[in-house]
Write a new protein. Sequence first.
Length: 428
Amino acid sequence: MSNTILLLVCAAGASIVLANGSAPPPLKLPSVPIIFKAENIDPIVNYPVAFMRVFRADPDGRAVAIPFQIDEMNVYGDFVFNTSRPYDQANHIFDRLDELTLMSGDLGVRKPPTRWPRNNKPYRLYEVVTSRRATRNTFYVAIFLKNTPLRAVKTYVQFSPVTSTIETENYRLSLNKRNYLAIERVWFKLNNKQVPLIDWSSFYLKLDFKYFLTFEEDQDSIETKMSVWKAGPVRTVIRVDFVWKVLKLKLNPGFFTEMSFFADSLHLPALISSPFDNNKILNSGSEMYYGFAMVENPHALSIETNMPRYRTKQSEQHSALLRYWLGMHAPEYAVLVNMRSNARLRASRFAPALFTSGRPAARLVRRKANVPHNERVNVAVYFDLTRFPKGEQRLGLQSVFVNRKLSPAGQQQRTRQIYVRDINVVKL
């Protein structure tokens, strides 16, 4: 499924002068993933993937190979894993919804390369200038018909299916091997030390059917299975399928997600299929949440968001939006969350609500009978399921882990979405 909606933490680029009249030191922009759909960077389309390489240009004119990844997508916008499933076979051509991904920190100057590795000049060369506010904001896509150069060797994400662990330079994340819906732990990597950030995650679902039964479920009754995964130098993608156990029956609710892990972020674009109009069959109070047990007391963090608070008059009157954001800032790190809705959900007044409690993970109960669900987590996003319309709906959720203190200019970006996007594609 599509995950082109991407939260990127960039500098505002405003002109600032210090009290002594000098300019402040330039803000160092973090290296974040850039994702382009093939249809959005025309004319770089319909080339065999094996013939494509990506370079940056150095000021001396050298072409330097940079890590990149091409992920093929099917007609429904889902990742292709080359399994026996329908519509899961690659054609090995960069076309339609296929995605080209690289890291913004690998961009170079806007200067067409003149010095190529082994003097192997490409057959075709395309220049892509992005909107990144920095001198290094450009990359080059080269097409080789023969003697295609080797790829860059650097890999930003390591995944172990044996331990279900994601490892990057910025964070370490462990998934529950028995239930991929649950995160076991997340550690920040700060100054050569690992600092625990999240102790566990929790999922809760309440379905109160009109004239029928009421079901309350959590991650222990929603089975999840990693059906397939693939890894590249820039991101690792995992497909997770869900099965709901109800009254000793196993039902497939048509819910799956494809989790993408990058050097600094986690993306969860989920597809949810509802066979009914929930407003007609569910009573008020039918809801779900996905939450975390953060090691620190969330009330000790600086939290800003455009989400209403859970179960307040504000949440009842809140107008649905197309995009929601959340920023949690500590002295040494920040966690930024971006969620993308859609026009149909907005028309149904479907909106998330933020829940927080003033207790650290050490004072929460992970699993115990008769414990209220909101005592298992201290940060959660709730959804009113009565606002969910019939049919398939896509939700995009991105979490960005910033393992350093953000500058004031960087913190200002928590209030809006900023894209690194192409502003010019030229065939050279």
